[in-house]
Design a protein around this ligand. Sequence first.
Ligand code: GMT
Length: 390
Amino acid sequence: MKPLAVGIACFPTVGGSGVAASQLALKLAGQGHAVHVFSSGLPVRLSSTKGACVLHRIAPVTRPPLENGVYALALAGEMAAVALRERLDLFHVHYALPHAASALLAQDMVARQGGRPPRLVTTLHGTDVTGIVGDRALTAVTRHAVLRSDAVTTPSVWLRHAAFENLSLPEATAVEVLPNFVDPVEFHPGEDTPALRGLFPNLPWEGPGRAGLLLHASNFRAVKRVGDAVLAFAQVLRSRPAALVLVGDGPERPAVEKLTASLGLTRQVAFLGEQVQMGPLLAQADVFVLPSEQESFGLAALEALASGVPVVATRVGGLPEVVRHGETGLLVPVRDAPALAAAVVELLSEEARRAAMGRAARADALARFRPEPVVERIEALYRRLLAAPA
Ligand code: GMT
């Protein structure tokens, strides 16, 4: 079949939508499609795979009086220019705003210049739908962009419902659930590399009653409730020796560091900052903790599962679609550090059960979230749109 020319717009940061978009870009490029990525920087997960996709970096506009909010327009201009030059078949944008609005403008520009406007696929990711509630203007623009898209997808059934509700979409709107996926080669159970444990040389890492290694990774936004992981960890320490590794960076990090210090835990908690290679880190953990207030899917949790690590997460959003309670991890109420701690202690205390859950986690991640079937469905969606009359 004829290779496609696809333009993918996404954020470059470590947030889940940028990761999902980068993984898709690489898979599509690997199948021979021409993939153009539009972003304000090099998306982290694309950094080690130079050349597979063409990056169109949208520079910030700093010229007065245009420095405020013109990114979306600069993005539209570049998307239109590339679409005309490279004859793009589709735009696939990740995270509704500003990307879908920019794509609509780019489509219009292409048509005005006599080109064939690329079809528009919008993938909603989470806070683009849940974080704008109460903001009438942004809700209206998101709704418009969704209704004008040729296809709309969400990574979970939960987010599909939320999109209908929050954006007041007509019942007939086609929104397809296409889950995020995980690369089982990049994320796999590790040989027993002790690097992370080496950060805590005074803990007993061997024998019965050995210490447990907890890991959390996120963009440290308020919605992640990273402080709950620290509060729960303090309670875990009352039952067993353990260490907590926090990966990522973001607005809440100073507050979480302050909380850690105020609890006297600086020697048992390590802040690693942003990391590109998550696979080898995850594989060393005993339990992955995700205390989020909201999570449309929880890609970080899926990466932990694929690494053979059971997940203790909150029972919110799409997380129950990813983590099977009692089989691949444990789900607890949100804002409940004691429940989080009890679930972690339960897993750390029952070594054989935790190991069995880790195996089940890997098997389930491979059974339900392998890249190939999802990428096949995305490609089929693209071809369906291109076959339909414009
Ligand atoms: O807010 C974030 O966590 C970042 C956000 C993003 O779009 O960058 O993540 C969302 O998309 C991910 C990929 O689909 C999902 O795994 C996350 O659950 C989702 N985050 C939220 O819904 C809070």
